[in-house]
Design a protein around this ligand. Sequence first.
Ligand code: ZN
Length: 439
Amino acid sequence: MTLSDAARWADVDAAIDAEAESAFAFLERLVAAPSTVGAERGAQDIVAAELGRLGFEVSELPVPEETAAAAPGGVAQVSYTGRPNVLGRINPGRSPSLLLNGHVDVVPAEAALWSSDPFVPVRSGGWLTGRGSGDMKGGFALGTLAVAALLRVMPDALSGELSFLSVIEEECTGNGTLAACNAGVLADAVIVLEPTDLDLLLGGVGVLWVEIEVAGVPAHAEAADRAQNPIGSVPAILRALASFQDEINEAADDPAFAGIARPYNVNVGTMSAGDWASSVPGRARLRVRVGFPRGWSPDEALTQVAAAVLGAGSDDPWLAGRPAVIRPVGFRAEGHLLPADHWLADAMASAHLSATGALPGRGPVGATTDARFYLNQFGVPALAYGPRARNIHAIDEAVELASIVTGAKTLARFMAGFYARAGRDQRDPSARAGREAAA
Ligand SMILES: [Zn+2]
């Protein structure tokens, strides 16, 4: 880094520090908009207003119903009518192009267990608590903060197209991002602003959602001994799923996930049955998230887990005669991976080093992000980088505000370098070949 570089970055960092409070206020407005699946509209309007304030050209991008028709799209949760993605663009059509991706949807909160209302943001000890603060509305604050500072201090640095895409349904299908990709909203590189503790998240496992339904024979409780309670067969299903989980993790041979003790978690997330203590329920249902290896397709994962659930019949006489029904109900996500030595990872690592004085970690996770579509279906390099969060998908979720500021400093450096490097490549085509090494 030259002296003038240091001076330039000192100005950008000062602008990020100065704009931070505005970014935190944006984050608070976002958290206060409870954007669970189907209810994303209010949060999308807040994102659109903020992107407009920063100078993006803002448009809405519908999610066609057919996005859900087949894998890698997920099974739709509710109609997409009135649930658009929001797209902001600067310098549309100008090369090179970079896309920042964030999902505005959040998972439900199990609110009764929280210390305070999950949709009323609370700042305390440098953290902001609220559902979605970490996963991933804090990423929106990080991304917009970096852009705001660059536009203020070195606007010429954003010399190509910059897209900021705010999608729905990352948490259950990925259909928001997939629809945008299908509509041609792509770029030369993508940064997904998920909470990564300021590390580089390069990949994830396959993820399938299934519903498992056990039928019973309903009756008045007085006749329970002559009826069939489907809840009684749930333990056999749970044992079958646990064995399946053990098998696929023991057989795991993907070196990319060698550092993760159990990459393929099979999680029973909901169970429901019955509606009255004095009634034998007619059916019981489990909703299950199945992590699976990168080598499998979502169809293969469904076949495998269906076979495992069928096996529960050897453990439960009722299920032997009336096997549980299994159906996909959300994610049909393939695994994905950006190579650890990819130029995009190197460029982000260099930016992080410049901003923080240390190199970030690099690796995959036993979950998924929307980066998979860019990598798997559209040949666009993508990774995730974002703030430090705690208790995501759990109780009292929070994001560390300082990590939003630090991450913005990394992202600003990365963006400036991304456009500058591409400019050099255009002047000197021979430099293009050296781009990976130079990055
Ligand atoms: Zn997320």
